[in-house]
Write a protein that binds this ligand. Sequence first.
Ligand SMILES: Nc1ncnc2c1ncn2[C@@H]1O[C@H](COP(=O)(O)OP(=O)(O)OP(=O)(O)O)[C@@H](O)[C@H]1O
Ligand SMILES: [Mg+2]
Length: 200
Amino acid sequence: MSNCKVIALTNQKGGVGKTTTAVNLGVALAQQGRKVLLIDADAQANLTMSLGYSRPDDLPDTLSTIMQDIIDDKPVDVSRSILHHDEGVDLLPSNIELSGLEVRLINAISRESVLKTCINEVKKNYDTVLVDCMPSLGMLTINALAAADSVVIPTQPHYLSAKGLELLLRSVSKVKRQINPHLRIDGILMTMVMMWYKKS
Ligand SMILES: Nc1ncnc2c1ncn2[C@@H]1O[C@H](COP(=O)(O)OP(=O)(O)OP(=O)(O)O)[C@@H](O)[C@H]1O
Ligand SMILES: [Mg+2]
């Protein structure tokens, strides 16, 4: 049995630091000697760009091509699409094609488990897989929750961000009940916190 831990970085609220957390946590774990795969599960391709691939639309093989092959029941070679970064992390990149794929997922058989099938192909090679989710609770995020062992929820300490968490926590509970009973919440990670100290 694989010891790999799959962690989804999820929050349907945009701009809360999911991608920044994925990059920094991934590189920090790699520096500690862990084998890390980062998966860009967002059509904005911010994670792919953050790692220096500035023209993701030029990449021939991405998460969407693999997921499409899985939907079409074709044989897949996930490792062929993985990029090896100088910082010691591997990346399964994405590009804008992922938004079209999310629409096609709706009619796919096993539509919740396509990403899990993809991750299962390569997880034996890694200690940690981090999935950077898009800011929505759509099918791709459900796929990430279905594939994950646990969730980290980056959030800003704002009123509306906290209100949005209620919806997210309900979705996580639903996925846990209906699809992935082993799913755990590792924690809510406060991002972009300003510490103010009173001068004495
Ligand atoms: N600790 C921080 N201090 C200052 N700026 C930050 C910090 N963390 C992230 N940012 C900036 O905030 C913006 C949003 O961060 P990021 O892209 O990681 O969020 P996200 O949740 O992935 O966004 P999206 O929902 O669009 O995917 C980026 O411009 C990023 O550089
Ligand atoms: Mg992001």
